[in-house]
Design a protein around this ligand. Structure first.
Ligand SMILES: *Cc1c(COP(=O)(O)O)cnc(C)c1O
Length: 330
C-alpha cells in the first residue's frame, strides 16, 4: 500500500515569507535572548531564538499551522490526521482547533499520559495503536483513506518546512544578520526551512544541523550524498529519534547547509544545565542539540555573531530533574 504522497515541489524562501504572513497573530514572535556568560565562553555574540516559549512549547506549531492554513474548504471539512507522540501531535491539534478543522491524532497506547491529555485537551480525537505490532504510518493512511482525512507529516512536506523556516527568518530579522546558525536536527524540517531563510537573508551565514550522536544518519547522509536509514536511535533527544532525513528535506539540507554535527547525551545535559542555571530556561533534551553543537565549534566562533535555535521545552519535570541531577553528580 502506498502510505503518504508527499508533494514533490521544494519550498523556497518566498514560501517561508508567505508562511510568516499566515502565522502572524497566531504564533508567538518568540524572544531572542543573550547571555554574557555564554558570550564569554564562546568569545562571540550568541543569540538564542527561544522556541521553547512558542505555543505548545516548540517550533512545530509553525509548520503545522502553515500546512493546515493551506487546506481547501473540502479538506478543512473532512479533517486532518497526524501520527506522533510528541510535539507534532500537539502542534496539529492546536492549529486544527484554531482553524476549526477536526483533528485525529494516532498515538501509541503507551504514550505518556501527559502528552495524550495535552493533545486531547486541544480537542483532537486520539486513535491508539500498538507500537510493537502495528505500523503508525499504515494506521494513519488507513484512517486518511476511510475518512477522507488529509495527512500532515512531521517534517517531509513543503508547507511544514516553510512554516518551520519562519523561526530563523524572525531571528535574522531581529539580529540584523549572523555569521553562523546552529539548528536542532531530526527529520530536517526545521533545518531545511532555516537554511532557506538564512541563504536569502544572510548569504554568508554558515548553517549547521546538530543531531544526536546515537543516530548520525543525517551526518552520514549529508557527507555521502546517499540517504542513510538507521534503526530508531537510543538517545535522550526524543524529538530527534528519526530513522532518516526526508526525501524533501535531504536535498535542501545537502545543498544549503554547511555541515551536520552530532552531540552526545552528556553534551545535551551539560547544555540543559547552562540553560537552567544561567538563562533560567527549561529546554527539553532535543532542544539542547543546537547549543551543544555551537560549543563544539568554540575555537572557530571568536568575534562572530552566532544564532542558536532553541527548538522546544517540553519535558516531564521528573525526567528533567533526574537528568540535571545526573549532570550535577558527574
Ligand atoms: C521535532 C523536533 C525537532 C526536530 O525537528 P525536525 O524538523 O524533525 O528536524 C527538534 N526539536 C524539537 C523540540 C522537536 O520537537
Amino acid at each position: 500500500m502506498s502510505i503518504v504522497t508527499v508533494p514533490r515541489s521544494e519550498p523556497t524562501v518566498d514560501d517561508v515569507r508567505a508562511a510568516a504572513g499566515r502565522l502572524a497573530g497566531h504564533a508567538h514572535r518568540t524572544p531572542v535572548l543573550t547571555s554574557r556568560r555564554v558570550d564569554a565562553e564562546l568569545a562571540a555574540s550568541v543569540f538564542f531564538k527561544c522556541e521553547n516559549l512558542q505555543r505548545i512549547g516548540a517550533f512545530k506549531f509553525r509548520g503545522a499551522f502553515n500546512a493546515l492554513s493551506r487546506f481547501t474548504d473540502a479538506q478543512r471539512r473532512a479533517g486532518v490526521v497526524a501520527y506522533s507522540s510528541g510535539n507534532h501531535a500537539q502542534a496539529v491539534a492546536l492549529a486544527a482547533r484554531i482553524l476549526g478543522i477536526p483533528a485525529t491524532i494516532v498515538m501509541p497506547h503507551d504514550a505518556p499520559s501527559s502528552k495524550v491529555a495535552a493533545t486531547r485537551g486541544y480537542g483532537a480525537e486520539i486513535v491508539g495503536y500498538d507500537r510493537f505490532t502495528e505500523d503508525r504510518a499504515a494506521v494513519g493512511a488507513a484512517l486518511a483513506a476511510e475518512r477522507g482525512l488529509t495527512l500532515v507529516p512531521p517534517f517531509d512536506h513543503p508547507d511544514v518546512i516553510a512554516g518551520q523556516g519562519t523561526a530563523a527568518l524572525e531571528l535574522l530579522e531581529d539580529t540584523g544578520g549572523l555569521d553562523a546558525l546552529y539548528v536542532c536536527l531530526g527529520g530536517g524540517g526545521l533545518l531545511a526551512g532555516s537554511a532557506l531563510a538564512a541563504r536569502a537573508l544572510a548569504p554568508g551565514c554558515r548553517v549547521y544541523g546538530v543531531e544526536p550522536a546515537a543516530g548520525d544518519d543525517g551526518q552520514r547522509s549529508f557527507r555521502s550524498g546517499e540517504l542513510v536509514r538507521i534503526p530508531t536511535p537510543d538517545t535522550i533527544a526524543d524529538g530527534a529519534q528519526t530513522q532518516s532525513l526526508g526525501e524533501l528535506t535531504f536535498p535542501i539540507i545537502r545543498r544549503e547547509v554547511d555541515d551536520v554535527l552530532t552531540a552526545t547525551d552528556a553534551e545535551l545535559v551539560d547544555a540543559m544545565a547552562v540553560y537552567a542555571s544561567t538563562m533560567k530556561m527549561v529546554v527539553e533534551p532535543t532542544g539542547c542539540l543546537s547549543f551543544a553543537g555551537a560549543r563544539q565549534h568554540a575555537d572557530r566562533l571568536a568575534g562572530l555573531r552566532v544564532g542558536v535555535i532553541v527548538s522546544g521545552g517540553n519535558v516531564d519535570l521528573d525526567r528533567y530533574a533526574a537528568l540535571l541531577a545526573g549532570a550535577l553528580r558527574s
